[in-house]
Design a protein around this ligand. Sequence first.
Ligand code: 3HC
Length: 695
Amino acid sequence: MAVEMTRAGATIVLRLSNGPVNALSVGNGFVEELGAKVGEAASDPACRAIVIAGAGRMFCGGADIGDFDGDPEQVDRLRHLIATVEACAKPVIMAIHGMALGGGLELAMAGHYRVAQAGSRLGLPEVTLGLLPGAGGTQRLPRLIGAGAALDMMLSGKPVTAERALSAGLVDQLVDGDVVEAALEVARNVPPLRRSGTLPVPADLAGAVASRRAKLRAGLSQAPARIVDCVAALSGDLAAGLALEAALFGELLRSEASRGLRHVFFGERTVARIPGLAPDVRPRDVGHVGVVGGGLMGTGIALALLNAGLPVTMAELRPEALAKAEATICKTIQRDVEKGRIGQDVADARIAAFTAATELEALADADLVIEAVFEDMGVKKQVFSALDAIARPDGILASNTSTLDLDAIAALVADPSRVVGLHFFSPANIMRLLEVVRGRETAPDVLATAMALGKRIGKVGVVSGVCDGFIGNRMFEEYLRQVWFLLEEGALPQQIDAAMERWGMAMGPCRTMDLAGQDIGWAIRKRRMAEQPDRPYSGVIDRICELGRFGQKTGKGIYAYPDGRTAETDPEITRLIEDYSAETGLERRAFSDEEIVGRCLLALVNEGARIVEEGIAYRPVDVDMIYIHGYGFGRERGGPMFQADIMGLSTVLDRLRALAAGRNGWAWTPAPLIERLAAEGGRFGDLNIQDRNSI
Ligand code: 3HC
């Protein structure tokens, strides 16, 4: 039974029971059933009031986002339900616990009285999906709490606490105990039929709309602007406002930005599922983590763990490096207090949970040890051999390697099934991506533990198989290869960066490498030139490195950094690039931004397809999540594989073939997976099967 109907005296209680979040699904008939039961209660002569509550963890997580890919008109059914509730001649009391989000809050606002349990949260997060509240939210929320407060809630998408909702006027009563009991008490007194849709237009409307409109920023998603438009249209004519809201919602639903953001919403959840993992595999308990190495990575990793409440012991053999790491950890935690993010008591607890040690033996009791030492196979091997003897036999040994062969590292351990890769991205306490590397021998429960740990510390964990560079860096190499070719063929760094940033990357590739350190890329290229002489790079970037211009850290890289931080175009580099083209006999030509973006994107897509085909990534969406969370790929763009689907794989194939016929065509041989899917009329999205054997 999706809507449970019970009686308590003259009140009928309708309890939403639809899966984990009580989503208002149209596809499975849930909305229809709720509407029918509201109708039944309304026409029942013995019923004087109706209480609507949620079963399980929450009141309601909103409209069913999965419905949106079907018939967009389905939202009309939800609108109809909401209108029925508001128009009901008997008081409808909403009993809110846990969460009331999106369509769930819109349903609650259509009720005549709202009781919320302390600690619950209420919000309209549609903007985070590139949408606007499309079931009356833009028209009812401002009437209830004022236009300024409503716009702030809808434009940020952030939920407010029940306490704040009470003071704002969004809820009528706050209770500590059983919210349904409290709602029944309200029902017994039969409250007046206060319909939020009929409340007057708020007095702050004009000023609030003007100020929020002035703050709108250009972006791919039009949702913020359309939210302001809907609120601006508030008038005595509710029906007209609702009609505009419905029309603009439909437009947004079809937009690329919303499709991309919805892909990311489901993608973030899909990547947590490990295909083939037996349903009885359970993550191990992790109560104490060891970190080996007190450099930048080790410090960031320790912070990420401490911030999630995990006790950490750091082993760093050099006392001065250890002292520096400890000081950074304390300073960063204390800064969170200064910024009002945490209280002093929480900071003190986090700092107390940190233990510094100069010998590996201090990690003997750790449930999991994360090695974050210098990226050199010799050094890693030493550490793992030592850890094998010191760590508990059932302790998990993880490596933070970003490029080295995890299977070779695991081979040094008597039981390689306890070895897994945990590739954090710098700064590890901030970046959300965690590449979880599955070695040949990694035990299923070790993999499950690594994923569970990632979730616990707020990361998006994505599993990668073992290959050089794993998923993210292996693709990034092909992306950069094209960037350097573009430089020698006629584009300039500032144009490439501006084109990519305008398109949706958080940072263009030239600035990214200046920030990461050009010396790191140079070392990788040298290694690759020896390993893969048939896949050369443009020498133009090496020329820049030969000048000792390693990026921000040396004050100069592809750009100059006069103040140490801000990238400025350097005429010396423009000259160097132009001279390089002339010396190598290349006639420079103009590139459009579109061509630059297309080439960089196709390089990612082609390598991404190989990675999926080789089984290094489980699904194309795993590749997308890595790019969104680790490489600054715009969320609204959904990820490279999603973009390829938008383009259509036969178009992708045509473009790859055209590039393959041109200069450096060897780099563009289409991945067989693209050829196959294009021939079948398929999409990468078809491969994003959700394996229900979730951890
Ligand atoms: N529609 C469909 N499925 C949803 C959903 C929704 N609104 N909200 C959550 N789910 C699914 C998730 O995909 C996940 O499915 P899975 O187990 O198969 O992977 C499952 O419910 C549990 O979700 P989470 O793992 O996210 O659970 P949490 O407890 O961590 O978080 C939550 C709960 C805070 C409700 C979070 O799921 C969330 O933020 N959901 C989306 C809320 C939202 O954006 N609502 C607005 C929808 S749009 C709308 O209402 C339009 C309207 O204005 C017309």
